[in-house]
Design a protein around this ligand. Structure first.
Ligand SMILES: [Zn+2]
Length: 220
């Protein structure tokens, strides 16, 4: 294989199971081992010693944006899966923001990710064919994966602790990488443990956290 890895190596096994192999996990907080403290212990995300790897121009910029960048970490995973490399997290954020995918209000509140401008951004800047799916079922996700796509799905952030009851649906993006008749596999940019960052859950468990919307991405 040459420099362009593509995604053609990822294949259906023919029994309904589909998986994208060897997807590298990218996290929205650069030091994955700090995530538990950040999301459950009140630790300052801006204290991450690896902040500059995000492409941020300052620690302050990193601290402001990393909590909003689940979708950008998903995009990093998609680009790396296709190309074997990816731009840094906040470089993607700035590009996406220039399309209106993120909006910073005068009071500093950050809104987004907005799916339609994100889809336009990744199409024009990264050659990905993105389709916004405001209504999406787990069965449809399986079909999209079977057609060679990757899917960003909106789930409740507490999907990292699936043994607990879901407090709600949606608000956080994960990247679906595989499914079979019973389970769904995904990468979680804010997973606080190895098994929550590269997760495999029963589909019914996933569905309890899933908002029923997402974005499908065709890699080639
Ligand atoms: Zn693949």
């Amino acid at each position: 294989m040459g420099g362009s890895l593509g995604c053609r190596a990822c294949a259906s096994t023919g029994d309904g199971a589909v998986t994208h192999e060897n997807v590298v996990t990218y996290t929205q907080f650069l030091s994955a081992e700090l995530i538990e403290g950040i999301v459950y212990g009140g630790a300052d995300a801006g204290a991450d010693p690896r902040w500059a790897e995000s492409g941020a121009v300052s620690r302050e910029e990193y601290a402001t944006w990393c909590g909003h960048c689940c979708g950008m970490a998903c995009l990093q995973m998609v680009l790396h899966h296709r190309d074997g490399r990816t731009p840094p997290l906040l470089e993607l954020m700035r590009g996406c923001r220039s399309y209106g995918g993120y909006v910073e209000r005068p009071d500093g509140e950050i809104k987004g990710l907005y799916y339609a401008p994100f889809a336009e951004y990744v199409g024009e800047r990264h050659g990905l064919v993105a389709e916004v799916r405001p209504e999406l079922t787990v069965a449809e996700i399986a079909g999209l994966l079977g057609a060679g796509r990757l899917v960003m799905a909106s789930v409740h952030r507490e999907i990292r602790r699936p043994e607990r009851a879901a407090p709600g649906r949606g608000g956080h993006l994960v990247l679906i990488t595989g499914c079979d008749g019973e389970t769904i596999s995904f990468r979680n940019p804010s997973g606080h443990s190895a098994s929550s960052r590269a997760a495999v859950l029963p589909q019914a468990t996933f569905a309890a956290f899933f908002a029923g919307r997402g974005i499908s991405l065709a890699l080639s």
